[in-house]
Design a protein around this ligand. Sequence first.
Ligand code: FAD
Ligand code: NAI
Length: 467
Amino acid sequence: MADSFDVIVIGGGPGGYNCAIRLGQLGLSTACIDKRGSFGGTCLNIGCIPSKALLHASEMYEEAKTHFPKMGITTGALGVDLPTMMAHKDKVVGELTKGVEFLLKKAKSEAIVGEAKIIAPGKVSVKTKDGTRELTTKHIVIATGSDVAPLPGVPVDEKTIVSSTGALALPTVPKRLLVVGGGVIGLELGSVWRRLGAQVTVVEFLDRIIPGTDLEVAKTFQRILEKQGIAFKLGMKVTGVAKGKTGLIASVEPAKGGAAEKIEADVILVAIGRRPFTDNLGLDEVGVKRDQRGRVVTDDHYQTNVKGIWAIGDVREGAMLAHKAEDEAVACAERIAGKAGHVNYDAIPSVIYTYPEVAGVGKSEEDLKAAGIAYKVGKFPFTANARAKANLTTDGFVKILADAKTDRVLGVHMIGPDVGNMIGEASLGLEFSAAAEDIARTCHAHPTLTEALRQAAMAVDGWTMQM
Ligand code: FAD
Ligand code: NAI
Protein backbone atom coordinates (compact mmCIF):
# COMPACT_ATOMS: atom_id res chain seq x y z
CA MET A 1 0.00 0.00 0.00
CA ALA A 2 1.57 3.25 -1.15
CA ASP A 3 0.93 6.53 0.68
CA SER A 4 1.87 8.73 -2.23
CA PHE A 5 0.28 8.86 -5.70
CA ASP A 6 0.38 11.01 -8.82
CA VAL A 7 -3.40 11.43 -8.61
CA ILE A 8 -6.03 10.68 -5.96
CA VAL A 9 -9.57 10.35 -7.29
CA ILE A 10 -12.31 10.83 -4.69
CA GLY A 11 -15.44 8.93 -5.71
CA GLY A 12 -15.71 5.58 -7.47
CA GLY A 13 -18.68 6.29 -9.77
CA PRO A 14 -18.61 6.55 -13.59
CA GLY A 15 -16.66 9.81 -13.23
CA GLY A 16 -14.15 8.57 -10.66
CA TYR A 17 -13.44 5.03 -11.79
CA ASN A 18 -13.12 5.96 -15.46
CA CYS A 19 -10.77 8.80 -14.54
CA ALA A 20 -8.55 6.44 -12.51
CA ILE A 21 -8.54 3.89 -15.35
CA ARG A 22 -7.59 6.47 -18.00
CA LEU A 23 -4.88 7.91 -15.72
CA GLY A 24 -3.48 4.39 -15.27
CA GLN A 25 -3.44 3.90 -19.04
CA LEU A 26 -1.47 7.15 -19.32
CA GLY A 27 1.14 5.86 -16.87
CA LEU A 28 0.15 7.78 -13.73
CA SER A 29 -0.14 6.13 -10.31
CA THR A 30 -3.57 6.54 -8.74
CA ALA A 31 -5.82 5.71 -5.83
CA CYS A 32 -9.59 5.70 -6.25
CA ILE A 33 -11.45 6.19 -2.97
CA ASP A 34 -15.13 5.47 -2.33
CA LYS A 35 -16.94 5.30 0.99
CA ARG A 36 -19.86 3.20 -0.25
CA GLY A 37 -18.21 -0.21 0.16
CA SER A 38 -18.67 -1.20 -3.47
CA PHE A 39 -17.42 0.67 -6.52
CA GLY A 40 -19.49 2.00 -9.45
CA GLY A 41 -21.10 4.95 -7.62
CA THR A 42 -24.75 5.94 -7.83
CA CYS A 43 -24.96 4.58 -11.37
CA LEU A 44 -24.10 0.95 -10.71
CA ASN A 45 -25.33 0.64 -7.13
CA ILE A 46 -28.56 2.66 -6.86
CA GLY A 47 -29.09 4.30 -10.25
CA CYS A 48 -28.79 3.42 -13.93
CA ILE A 49 -28.20 -0.30 -13.59
CA PRO A 50 -30.73 -1.44 -10.95
CA SER A 51 -33.38 0.81 -12.51
CA LYS A 52 -32.74 -0.65 -15.96
CA ALA A 53 -32.87 -4.22 -14.58
CA LEU A 54 -36.33 -3.51 -13.13
CA LEU A 55 -37.46 -1.58 -16.21
CA HIS A 56 -36.51 -4.48 -18.46
CA ALA A 57 -38.06 -7.16 -16.23
CA SER A 58 -41.32 -5.24 -15.79
CA GLU A 59 -41.46 -4.48 -19.53
CA MET A 60 -41.10 -8.20 -20.29
CA TYR A 61 -44.03 -8.86 -17.96
CA GLU A 62 -46.19 -6.25 -19.66
CA GLU A 63 -45.11 -7.48 -23.10
CA ALA A 64 -46.13 -11.02 -22.18
CA LYS A 65 -49.51 -9.77 -20.93
CA THR A 66 -50.36 -7.42 -23.79
CA HIS A 67 -48.45 -8.50 -26.92
CA PHE A 68 -47.99 -12.27 -26.58
CA PRO A 69 -51.70 -13.11 -27.14
CA LYS A 70 -51.80 -10.82 -30.21
CA MET A 71 -48.81 -12.66 -31.68
CA GLY A 72 -50.23 -16.10 -31.08
CA ILE A 73 -48.22 -16.98 -28.01
CA THR A 74 -50.20 -18.61 -25.23
CA THR A 75 -48.93 -18.85 -21.69
CA GLY A 76 -50.23 -20.09 -18.38
CA ALA A 77 -51.31 -17.50 -15.82
CA LEU A 78 -48.68 -14.78 -15.63
CA GLY A 79 -47.50 -13.53 -12.29
CA VAL A 80 -44.84 -11.42 -10.65
CA ASP A 81 -42.42 -12.98 -8.18
CA LEU A 82 -41.06 -9.73 -6.76
CA PRO A 83 -38.31 -11.24 -4.53
CA THR A 84 -36.87 -13.07 -7.56
CA MET A 85 -37.09 -9.91 -9.70
CA MET A 86 -35.22 -8.00 -6.98
CA ALA A 87 -32.66 -10.80 -6.65
CA HIS A 88 -32.07 -10.60 -10.43
CA LYS A 89 -31.46 -6.84 -10.09
CA ASP A 90 -29.10 -7.34 -7.11
CA LYS A 91 -27.13 -10.02 -8.96
CA VAL A 92 -26.58 -7.73 -11.95
CA VAL A 93 -25.47 -4.90 -9.64
CA GLY A 94 -23.13 -7.23 -7.70
CA GLU A 95 -21.44 -8.54 -10.82
CA LEU A 96 -20.96 -5.12 -12.37
CA THR A 97 -19.60 -3.47 -9.21
CA LYS A 98 -17.07 -6.32 -8.86
CA GLY A 99 -16.20 -5.72 -12.51
CA VAL A 100 -15.25 -2.12 -11.68
CA GLU A 101 -12.88 -3.31 -8.93
CA PHE A 102 -11.26 -5.63 -11.48
CA LEU A 103 -10.87 -2.77 -13.98
CA LEU A 104 -9.25 -0.55 -11.33
CA LYS A 105 -6.86 -3.33 -10.44
CA LYS A 106 -5.99 -3.83 -14.10
CA ALA A 107 -5.22 -0.08 -14.34
CA LYS A 108 -2.98 -0.47 -11.24
CA SER A 109 -5.19 1.90 -9.29
CA GLU A 110 -5.48 1.25 -5.57
CA ALA A 111 -9.21 0.97 -4.75
CA ILE A 112 -9.63 2.27 -1.21
CA VAL A 113 -12.89 1.89 0.70
CA GLY A 114 -13.27 4.86 3.04
CA GLU A 115 -14.42 8.45 3.41
CA ALA A 116 -11.94 10.93 1.98
CA LYS A 117 -11.34 14.49 3.11
CA ILE A 118 -9.08 17.04 1.42
CA ILE A 119 -6.83 18.48 4.12
CA ALA A 120 -4.74 20.66 1.81
CA PRO A 121 -3.83 20.73 -1.89
CA GLY A 122 -1.92 17.47 -2.32
CA LYS A 123 -3.08 15.98 0.98
CA VAL A 124 -6.02 13.65 1.57
CA SER A 125 -7.02 11.78 4.70
CA VAL A 126 -9.17 8.66 4.43
CA LYS A 127 -11.24 7.17 7.23
CA THR A 128 -11.25 3.42 6.61
CA LYS A 129 -12.57 0.63 8.80
CA ASP A 130 -8.97 0.01 9.95
CA GLY A 131 -8.26 3.64 10.88
CA THR A 132 -7.24 6.87 9.18
CA ARG A 133 -4.72 6.97 6.33
CA GLU A 134 -2.91 10.16 5.32
CA LEU A 135 -2.09 10.25 1.61
CA THR A 136 -0.07 12.69 -0.48
CA THR A 137 -0.49 13.38 -4.17
CA LYS A 138 0.21 15.83 -7.01
CA HIS A 139 -3.42 16.08 -8.11
CA ILE A 140 -6.84 15.48 -6.54
CA VAL A 141 -9.93 14.79 -8.67
CA ILE A 142 -13.28 15.41 -6.96
CA ALA A 143 -15.83 12.95 -8.38
CA THR A 144 -18.18 12.73 -5.41
CA GLY A 145 -21.36 12.81 -7.49
CA SER A 146 -24.79 13.75 -6.28
CA ASP A 147 -27.50 12.86 -3.79
CA VAL A 148 -31.30 13.05 -3.67
CA ALA A 149 -32.69 16.62 -3.36
CA PRO A 150 -34.92 16.75 -0.28
CA LEU A 151 -38.51 18.05 -0.37
CA PRO A 152 -39.49 20.10 2.69
CA GLY A 153 -42.50 18.61 4.48
CA VAL A 154 -42.05 15.20 2.83
CA PRO A 155 -39.22 13.50 4.76
CA VAL A 156 -37.80 10.38 3.12
CA ASP A 157 -37.70 7.28 5.37
CA GLU A 158 -37.02 4.86 2.45
CA LYS A 159 -40.00 2.76 3.57
CA THR A 160 -43.25 4.52 2.69
CA ILE A 161 -41.76 7.87 1.65
CA VAL A 162 -38.95 6.86 -0.65
CA SER A 163 -36.29 8.33 -2.89
CA SER A 164 -35.21 6.43 -6.00
CA THR A 165 -33.07 4.24 -3.71
CA GLY A 166 -36.08 2.98 -1.74
CA ALA A 167 -38.21 2.78 -4.88
CA LEU A 168 -35.68 0.32 -6.33
CA ALA A 169 -36.16 -2.04 -3.39
CA LEU A 170 -39.83 -1.96 -2.35
CA PRO A 171 -40.71 -5.32 -0.75
CA THR A 172 -44.26 -5.38 -2.18
CA VAL A 173 -46.09 -3.66 -5.02
CA PRO A 174 -47.85 -0.61 -3.52
CA LYS A 175 -51.53 -0.29 -4.35
CA ARG A 176 -51.25 3.48 -4.81
CA LEU A 177 -47.95 5.18 -5.64
CA LEU A 178 -47.72 8.97 -5.61
CA VAL A 179 -44.73 10.28 -7.54
CA VAL A 180 -43.54 13.81 -6.80
CA GLY A 181 -41.72 15.08 -9.89
CA GLY A 182 -42.48 14.29 -13.53
CA GLY A 183 -38.82 14.00 -14.48
CA VAL A 184 -36.69 11.06 -15.52
CA ILE A 185 -36.69 9.15 -12.23
CA GLY A 186 -40.41 9.70 -11.58
CA LEU A 187 -41.40 8.39 -15.01
CA GLU A 188 -38.94 5.47 -15.16
CA LEU A 189 -39.72 4.16 -11.68
CA GLY A 190 -43.40 5.16 -11.98
CA SER A 191 -43.51 2.95 -15.12
CA VAL A 192 -41.90 0.02 -13.29
CA TRP A 193 -44.46 0.03 -10.48
CA ARG A 194 -47.42 0.77 -12.79
CA ARG A 195 -46.50 -2.28 -14.87
CA LEU A 196 -46.26 -4.41 -11.72
CA GLY A 197 -49.76 -3.34 -10.64
CA ALA A 198 -49.63 0.01 -8.78
CA GLN A 199 -52.00 2.91 -9.49
CA VAL A 200 -49.55 5.71 -10.23
CA THR A 201 -50.20 9.46 -9.95
CA VAL A 202 -47.47 11.93 -10.88
CA VAL A 203 -47.54 15.43 -9.38
CA GLU A 204 -45.36 17.84 -11.39
CA PHE A 205 -44.61 21.44 -10.47
CA LEU A 206 -44.40 22.71 -14.05
CA ASP A 207 -47.16 22.60 -16.66
CA ARG A 208 -45.25 19.94 -18.60
CA ILE A 209 -43.28 16.77 -17.88
CA ILE A 210 -39.54 16.11 -18.49
CA PRO A 211 -38.43 19.76 -18.66
CA GLY A 212 -35.56 20.39 -21.03
CA THR A 213 -36.76 17.74 -23.50
CA ASP A 214 -38.25 18.77 -26.86
CA LEU A 215 -41.83 19.85 -26.04
CA GLU A 216 -43.56 17.93 -28.86
CA VAL A 217 -41.85 14.74 -27.65
CA ALA A 218 -42.81 15.49 -24.03
CA LYS A 219 -46.48 16.02 -24.93
CA THR A 220 -46.62 12.80 -26.96
CA PHE A 221 -44.88 10.96 -24.11
CA GLN A 222 -47.42 12.20 -21.57
CA ARG A 223 -50.35 11.13 -23.80
CA ILE A 224 -48.91 7.63 -24.19
CA LEU A 225 -48.18 7.25 -20.46
CA GLU A 226 -51.74 8.37 -19.70
CA LYS A 227 -53.06 5.69 -22.07
CA GLN A 228 -50.94 3.18 -20.14
CA GLY A 229 -52.70 4.28 -16.94
CA ILE A 230 -50.44 6.86 -15.27
CA ALA A 231 -52.38 9.91 -14.01
CA PHE A 232 -50.75 13.36 -14.14
CA LYS A 233 -51.35 16.44 -12.05
CA LEU A 234 -49.38 19.20 -13.74
CA GLY A 235 -48.75 22.66 -12.30
CA MET A 236 -49.10 21.21 -8.80
CA LYS A 237 -46.78 20.70 -5.83
CA VAL A 238 -46.84 18.49 -2.75
CA THR A 239 -46.50 20.65 0.37
CA GLY A 240 -46.78 18.11 3.15
CA VAL A 241 -47.72 14.61 4.12
CA ALA A 242 -49.62 13.11 7.06
CA LYS A 243 -50.39 9.57 8.16
CA GLY A 244 -54.06 8.60 7.61
CA LYS A 245 -55.96 5.48 8.65
CA THR A 246 -55.45 3.74 5.31
CA GLY A 247 -52.18 5.21 4.12
CA LEU A 248 -50.36 8.48 3.62
CA ILE A 249 -52.27 11.66 2.86
CA ALA A 250 -50.38 14.17 0.72
CA SER A 251 -51.40 17.83 0.52
CA VAL A 252 -51.22 18.95 -3.07
CA GLU A 253 -51.51 22.61 -4.10
CA PRO A 254 -51.45 24.45 -7.42
CA ALA A 255 -47.86 25.64 -7.98
CA LYS A 256 -49.13 29.19 -8.55
CA GLY A 257 -51.20 29.13 -5.33
CA GLY A 258 -54.80 28.15 -4.68
CA ALA A 259 -56.87 25.59 -2.80
CA ALA A 260 -55.11 22.45 -1.63
CA GLU A 261 -56.40 18.94 -2.26
CA LYS A 262 -55.55 15.64 -0.55
CA ILE A 263 -54.24 12.57 -2.33
CA GLU A 264 -54.03 9.22 -0.54
CA ALA A 265 -51.15 6.89 -1.29
CA ASP A 266 -49.43 3.84 0.14
CA VAL A 267 -45.99 4.93 -1.03
CA ILE A 268 -44.71 8.37 -2.04
CA LEU A 269 -41.65 8.64 -4.31
CA VAL A 270 -39.80 11.95 -4.04
CA ALA A 271 -38.01 12.56 -7.36
CA ILE A 272 -37.58 16.31 -7.72
CA GLY A 273 -33.94 16.29 -8.79
CA ARG A 274 -30.51 15.66 -7.30
CA ARG A 275 -27.98 17.93 -5.58
CA PRO A 276 -24.19 17.86 -5.89
CA PHE A 277 -22.62 15.95 -2.99
CA THR A 278 -19.65 17.58 -1.23
CA ASP A 279 -20.48 16.94 2.45
CA ASN A 280 -17.46 16.55 4.79
CA LEU A 281 -15.03 16.88 1.89
CA GLY A 282 -13.11 19.82 3.35
CA LEU A 283 -13.80 22.16 0.40
CA ASP A 284 -14.38 25.27 2.53
CA GLU A 285 -11.16 24.68 4.46
CA VAL A 286 -9.05 24.47 1.27
CA GLY A 287 -11.06 27.25 -0.45
CA VAL A 288 -12.53 25.34 -3.42
CA LYS A 289 -15.26 27.54 -4.95
CA ARG A 290 -18.84 26.34 -5.36
CA ASP A 291 -21.73 28.07 -7.12
CA GLN A 292 -25.16 28.95 -5.66
CA ARG A 293 -26.41 25.42 -6.34
CA GLY A 294 -23.47 23.88 -4.46
CA ARG A 295 -21.71 22.66 -7.61
CA VAL A 296 -17.91 22.72 -7.65
CA VAL A 297 -16.84 25.47 -10.06
CA THR A 298 -14.18 24.56 -12.62
CA ASP A 299 -12.72 26.06 -15.77
CA ASP A 300 -13.37 24.40 -19.16
CA HIS A 301 -10.66 21.87 -18.39
CA TYR A 302 -12.09 20.69 -15.01
CA GLN A 303 -9.52 22.59 -12.92
CA THR A 304 -10.97 24.28 -9.81
CA ASN A 305 -9.76 27.62 -8.47
CA VAL A 306 -7.23 25.69 -6.31
CA LYS A 307 -4.28 24.47 -8.39
CA GLY A 308 -4.05 20.69 -8.53
CA ILE A 309 -7.68 20.13 -7.53
CA TRP A 310 -10.05 19.09 -10.33
CA ALA A 311 -13.74 18.15 -10.49
CA ILE A 312 -15.86 16.02 -12.86
CA GLY A 313 -19.32 14.44 -13.14
CA ASP A 314 -22.51 15.21 -11.21
CA VAL A 315 -20.63 17.35 -8.68
CA ARG A 316 -19.98 20.04 -11.30
CA GLU A 317 -22.28 21.81 -13.77
CA GLY A 318 -24.11 20.11 -16.63
CA ALA A 319 -26.36 17.12 -17.15
CA MET A 320 -26.32 14.59 -14.32
CA LEU A 321 -25.70 11.62 -16.59
CA ALA A 322 -23.31 8.69 -16.27
CA HIS A 323 -21.93 9.07 -19.81
CA LYS A 324 -21.33 12.80 -19.26
CA ALA A 325 -19.35 11.95 -16.10
CA GLU A 326 -17.46 9.28 -18.04
CA ASP A 327 -16.52 11.67 -20.86
CA GLU A 328 -15.37 14.33 -18.40
CA ALA A 329 -13.33 11.65 -16.62
CA VAL A 330 -11.37 10.85 -19.76
CA ALA A 331 -10.89 14.50 -20.72
CA CYS A 332 -9.78 15.47 -17.19
CA ALA A 333 -7.32 12.55 -16.99
CA GLU A 334 -5.85 13.54 -20.34
CA ARG A 335 -5.51 17.18 -19.21
CA ILE A 336 -3.71 16.07 -16.02
CA ALA A 337 -1.37 14.01 -18.20
CA GLY A 338 -0.66 17.09 -20.34
CA LYS A 339 -2.82 16.02 -23.28
CA ALA A 340 -5.70 17.81 -25.02
CA GLY A 341 -8.83 16.03 -23.77
CA HIS A 342 -12.16 17.76 -24.28
CA VAL A 343 -15.91 17.05 -24.24
CA ASN A 344 -18.40 18.15 -26.91
CA TYR A 345 -21.40 19.14 -24.79
CA ASP A 346 -23.53 19.60 -27.93
CA ALA A 347 -23.43 15.88 -28.64
CA ILE A 348 -24.35 14.33 -25.29
CA PRO A 349 -27.45 12.18 -25.71
CA SER A 350 -30.14 11.70 -23.09
CA VAL A 351 -32.45 8.70 -22.86
CA ILE A 352 -35.48 7.79 -20.78
CA TYR A 353 -35.75 4.01 -20.62
CA THR A 354 -39.53 3.64 -20.44
CA TYR A 355 -41.77 2.17 -23.13
CA PRO A 356 -41.73 3.91 -25.49
CA GLU A 357 -38.22 5.20 -24.89
CA VAL A 358 -37.45 8.89 -25.24
CA ALA A 359 -34.07 9.97 -26.63
CA GLY A 360 -32.58 13.23 -27.77
CA VAL A 361 -29.31 14.88 -28.69
CA GLY A 362 -28.48 18.47 -29.63
CA LYS A 363 -30.86 21.40 -29.72
CA SER A 364 -34.64 21.17 -29.24
CA GLU A 365 -37.08 23.25 -31.30
CA GLU A 366 -37.51 25.49 -28.25
CA ASP A 367 -33.71 26.02 -28.05
CA LEU A 368 -33.51 26.95 -31.73
CA LYS A 369 -36.45 29.34 -31.54
CA ALA A 370 -34.95 31.03 -28.48
CA ALA A 371 -31.59 31.39 -30.27
CA GLY A 372 -33.29 32.75 -33.44
CA ILE A 373 -31.78 30.00 -35.63
CA ALA A 374 -33.77 29.17 -38.79
CA TYR A 375 -34.30 25.41 -39.09
CA LYS A 376 -36.03 22.73 -41.14
CA VAL A 377 -37.90 19.79 -39.61
CA GLY A 378 -38.05 16.21 -40.87
CA LYS A 379 -40.37 13.79 -39.09
CA PHE A 380 -41.22 10.13 -39.46
CA PRO A 381 -43.72 8.10 -37.41
CA PHE A 382 -43.06 4.52 -36.25
CA THR A 383 -46.55 3.56 -37.51
CA ALA A 384 -44.98 3.70 -41.00
CA ASN A 385 -41.86 1.67 -40.08
CA ALA A 386 -42.14 -1.95 -41.19
CA ARG A 387 -40.15 -3.40 -38.30
CA ALA A 388 -42.12 -1.47 -35.68
CA LYS A 389 -45.34 -2.78 -37.29
CA ALA A 390 -44.06 -6.36 -37.18
CA ASN A 391 -43.06 -5.92 -33.52
CA LEU A 392 -46.37 -4.23 -32.52
CA THR A 393 -44.38 -1.24 -31.25
CA THR A 394 -45.62 1.65 -33.39
CA ASP A 395 -45.88 4.40 -30.74
CA GLY A 396 -43.83 7.51 -31.44
CA PHE A 397 -41.77 9.26 -34.10
CA VAL A 398 -38.32 10.53 -35.04
CA LYS A 399 -37.74 14.24 -35.58
CA ILE A 400 -34.63 15.79 -37.10
CA LEU A 401 -33.90 19.51 -36.88
CA ALA A 402 -31.47 20.79 -39.50
CA ASP A 403 -30.07 24.25 -40.21
CA ALA A 404 -32.30 25.92 -42.83
CA LYS A 405 -29.31 27.15 -44.87
CA THR A 406 -26.60 24.52 -44.44
CA ASP A 407 -28.70 21.37 -43.74
CA ARG A 408 -26.38 20.61 -40.79
CA VAL A 409 -28.14 18.47 -38.18
CA LEU A 410 -28.69 20.55 -35.03
CA GLY A 411 -30.88 18.21 -33.00
CA VAL A 412 -32.49 14.78 -33.14
CA HIS A 413 -35.46 13.88 -30.93
CA MET A 414 -37.14 10.52 -30.79
CA ILE A 415 -39.87 8.75 -28.93
CA GLY A 416 -40.42 5.12 -29.79
CA PRO A 417 -39.20 1.55 -29.48
CA ASP A 418 -35.47 1.15 -28.75
CA VAL A 419 -34.68 4.79 -29.56
CA GLY A 420 -32.14 4.70 -26.69
CA ASN A 421 -29.98 2.58 -28.97
CA MET A 422 -30.90 4.52 -32.12
CA ILE A 423 -29.73 7.84 -30.67
CA GLY A 424 -26.10 6.66 -30.95
CA GLU A 425 -26.20 7.15 -34.70
CA ALA A 426 -27.58 10.68 -34.25
CA SER A 427 -24.83 11.54 -31.71
CA LEU A 428 -22.20 10.33 -34.16
CA GLY A 429 -23.83 12.48 -36.84
CA LEU A 430 -23.65 15.56 -34.63
CA GLU A 431 -20.06 14.78 -33.64
CA PHE A 432 -19.08 14.64 -37.33
CA SER A 433 -21.20 17.72 -38.22
CA ALA A 434 -23.42 15.64 -40.52
CA ALA A 435 -25.97 17.21 -42.85
CA ALA A 436 -29.46 15.69 -42.84
CA GLU A 437 -28.71 14.59 -46.40
CA ASP A 438 -25.69 12.58 -45.16
CA ILE A 439 -28.03 10.49 -42.98
CA ALA A 440 -30.66 10.32 -45.72
CA ARG A 441 -28.11 8.93 -48.20
CA THR A 442 -26.53 6.45 -45.78
CA CYS A 443 -27.75 2.91 -46.45
CA HIS A 444 -29.69 1.54 -43.45
CA ALA A 445 -30.50 -2.17 -43.16
CA HIS A 446 -34.08 -3.22 -43.86
CA PRO A 447 -36.22 -3.96 -41.96
CA THR A 448 -34.86 -2.09 -38.93
CA LEU A 449 -36.16 0.62 -36.64
CA THR A 450 -33.17 2.74 -37.71
CA GLU A 451 -34.86 3.27 -41.08
CA ALA A 452 -37.20 5.67 -39.25
CA LEU A 453 -34.19 7.92 -38.61
CA ARG A 454 -33.19 7.76 -42.26
CA GLN A 455 -36.74 8.51 -43.40
CA ALA A 456 -36.91 11.51 -41.03
CA ALA A 457 -33.65 12.75 -42.57
CA MET A 458 -35.19 12.37 -46.04
CA ALA A 459 -38.26 14.26 -44.78
CA VAL A 460 -36.04 17.30 -44.05
CA ASP A 461 -35.90 17.81 -47.83
CA GLY A 462 -39.34 16.34 -48.53
CA TRP A 463 -38.40 13.00 -50.12
CA THR A 464 -39.60 10.49 -47.54
CA MET A 465 -40.22 7.21 -49.38
CA GLN A 466 -41.89 4.79 -47.00
CA MET A 467 -45.17 6.60 -46.30
P1 FAD B 1 -21.63 9.07 -8.53
O1 FAD B 1 -21.99 7.94 -9.40
O2 FAD B 1 -22.70 9.63 -7.64
O3 FAD B 1 -20.42 8.57 -7.64
C1 FAD B 1 -19.89 9.32 -6.61
C2 FAD B 1 -19.30 8.41 -5.56
O4 FAD B 1 -18.53 9.21 -4.66
C3 FAD B 1 -20.34 7.70 -4.72
O5 FAD B 1 -20.21 6.30 -4.85
C4 FAD B 1 -20.04 8.15 -3.27
O6 FAD B 1 -20.13 7.08 -2.35
C5 FAD B 1 -18.60 8.62 -3.39
N1 FAD B 1 -18.24 9.64 -2.42
C6 FAD B 1 -18.86 10.83 -2.16
N2 FAD B 1 -18.18 11.52 -1.22
C7 FAD B 1 -17.12 10.77 -0.88
C8 FAD B 1 -16.05 10.94 0.04
N3 FAD B 1 -15.90 12.04 0.78
N4 FAD B 1 -15.15 9.95 0.14
C9 FAD B 1 -15.25 8.82 -0.59
N5 FAD B 1 -16.23 8.62 -1.47
C10 FAD B 1 -17.15 9.57 -1.63
N6 FAD B 1 -27.54 8.32 -15.74
C11 FAD B 1 -27.51 7.86 -17.00
O7 FAD B 1 -26.69 8.32 -17.79
N7 FAD B 1 -28.35 6.87 -17.41
C12 FAD B 1 -29.26 6.31 -16.60
O8 FAD B 1 -30.01 5.42 -17.00
C13 FAD B 1 -29.34 6.79 -15.26
N8 FAD B 1 -30.23 6.26 -14.40
C14 FAD B 1 -30.28 6.73 -13.11
C15 FAD B 1 -31.24 6.20 -12.27
C16 FAD B 1 -31.32 6.64 -10.96
C17 FAD B 1 -32.36 6.04 -10.05
C18 FAD B 1 -30.40 7.63 -10.49
C19 FAD B 1 -30.46 8.11 -9.06
C20 FAD B 1 -29.45 8.17 -11.33
C21 FAD B 1 -29.39 7.73 -12.67
N9 FAD B 1 -28.47 8.26 -13.57
C22 FAD B 1 -28.44 7.81 -14.86
C23 FAD B 1 -27.51 9.31 -13.17
C24 FAD B 1 -26.12 8.69 -12.90
O9 FAD B 1 -26.25 7.72 -11.89
C25 FAD B 1 -25.15 9.77 -12.47
O10 FAD B 1 -25.14 10.81 -13.43
C26 FAD B 1 -23.74 9.22 -12.35
O11 FAD B 1 -23.69 8.17 -11.41
C27 FAD B 1 -22.77 10.32 -11.93
O12 FAD B 1 -21.50 9.79 -11.79
P2 FAD B 1 -20.42 10.45 -10.80
O13 FAD B 1 -19.22 9.60 -10.91
O14 FAD B 1 -20.32 11.89 -11.05
O15 FAD B 1 -21.06 10.31 -9.33
P1 NAI C 1 -35.36 15.70 -12.91
O1 NAI C 1 -34.67 16.99 -12.85
O2 NAI C 1 -35.27 14.87 -14.13
O3 NAI C 1 -36.93 15.90 -12.65
C1 NAI C 1 -37.42 16.49 -11.50
C2 NAI C 1 -38.82 16.97 -11.78
O4 NAI C 1 -39.41 17.38 -10.56
C3 NAI C 1 -38.87 18.17 -12.71
O5 NAI C 1 -39.81 17.93 -13.71
C4 NAI C 1 -39.26 19.32 -11.79
O6 NAI C 1 -40.00 20.32 -12.45
C5 NAI C 1 -40.09 18.59 -10.76
N1 NAI C 1 -40.19 19.25 -9.46
C6 NAI C 1 -39.25 19.97 -8.80
N2 NAI C 1 -39.72 20.38 -7.60
C7 NAI C 1 -40.98 19.89 -7.50
C8 NAI C 1 -41.99 19.94 -6.49
N3 NAI C 1 -41.78 20.58 -5.34
N4 NAI C 1 -43.17 19.33 -6.73
C9 NAI C 1 -43.40 18.67 -7.89
N5 NAI C 1 -42.48 18.60 -8.87
C10 NAI C 1 -41.28 19.17 -8.68
O7 NAI C 1 -34.84 14.90 -11.62
P2 NAI C 1 -34.99 13.39 -11.21
O8 NAI C 1 -36.08 12.73 -11.98
O9 NAI C 1 -35.04 13.38 -9.74
O10 NAI C 1 -33.61 12.78 -11.68
C11 NAI C 1 -32.38 13.29 -11.14
C12 NAI C 1 -31.26 13.15 -12.11
O11 NAI C 1 -30.94 11.79 -12.35
C13 NAI C 1 -31.57 13.78 -13.44
O12 NAI C 1 -30.70 14.86 -13.61
C14 NAI C 1 -31.30 12.75 -14.47
O13 NAI C 1 -30.44 13.24 -15.45
C15 NAI C 1 -30.65 11.60 -13.72
N6 NAI C 1 -31.29 10.37 -14.19
C16 NAI C 1 -31.09 9.99 -15.49
C17 NAI C 1 -31.73 8.88 -15.99
C18 NAI C 1 -31.53 8.53 -17.41
O14 NAI C 1 -30.60 9.04 -18.03
N7 NAI C 1 -32.32 7.64 -17.99
C19 NAI C 1 -32.62 8.06 -15.18
C20 NAI C 1 -32.80 8.58 -13.84
C21 NAI C 1 -32.13 9.69 -13.39
